[in-house]
Design a binder for this molecule. Sequence first.
Ligand code: ACO
Length: 326
Amino acid sequence: MLQARIIGTGACLPEKVVTNHDLEKIVDTSDKWVTERTGIKERRLATSEEAASDFSYKAARHALKAAGVKARDLDLILVGTVTPDSPFPSTGCVLQSMLGAKNAVGFDVSATCSGFLYTLSLADAYVRSGRYKKILVVGTDILSKFVDWEDRNTCVLFGDGAGAVVIEPTTKQKGIIDVVIGSDGRLGDMLYIPGGGSRIPASKESIRDGQHFIKMNGNEVFKVAVKTMERVSREILKKNNIDPGEVSIMVPHQANIRIIQAVAKRLKMPMENVVVNLDKYGNTSAATIPIALDEAVREGRIRDGDLILMAAFGGGLTWASALIRW
Ligand code: ACO
């Protein structure tokens, strides 16, 4: 039976580093508050010229190189993002052009912070069905351009970046075991951007009212995130008859260290087996998991045969988990 396997990873972060101390000069916050409440020390932010496809392109190049795959050999490009370069064309199409992947079809998937795992679930299903063979999966977000830099409740949380993986079929007992995705649209207003779409198109008024900025009920998001990430992790483990103790390493969505610690505690997973890099990058939304995976792979933290658990949660609401035998 065909299974999908990740054969290369890559990531790209903006060069511009913005520390908590830098933010103290912009909003009424402190390095102490942000560090204690979130675990974030600094984040990377895109410049005014840089957009999602720029980081996606570089992350994709790294992943293709690691996989030993040429762009022209790709037959599908999936991009998880809620911050495309523009409403259309999709970042998948932009990326196809940048890479010269003329034999691929490209499109985007909108699932906020769960975007990478949503696209991974599609890639997994396409490979298993035999429809596509060489797939580039990218998670990218440039939320700094959708954050109100006068709102201390949100602006300290996010960073920009992209991560990518290349996937191909395998007949070995390795690769993506399962991906679970879920959503609950009734809770959409817990975390959302009201303007900039067809409901509230960009206008002088929408700009004046800050309708194109992220709105978030942080406390509620926090509570739901912990419960949901635990639930979706347990769900995929149970579905595949795997005990939490068998997991070698967890790569969770990087939103807040307290969310990650709470989920790890509930799953009885030691923190040394959990990949954490939000101190350096903040919450890069759809990019957190592929960036963290790439770092863990390059640092040698993930070894042949390891069992990897991934879990994410985001606006929509959306959630997802994945189990991978490396
Ligand atoms: N600096 C200083 N004080 C702050 C800041 C800040 N940056 N932000 C908020 N505060 C204040 C608040 O105004 C509040 O003050 P008050 O008590 O006088 O009203 C106080 O700190 C406590 O605020 P809380 O909201 O209770 O703080 P909490 O401990 O819940 O932490 C946080 C807030 C960090 C936002 C947390 O709730 C959180 O991480 N939530 C999850 C957010 C998240 O993960 N969002 C992304 C989801 S993924 C996606 O889809 C994009």
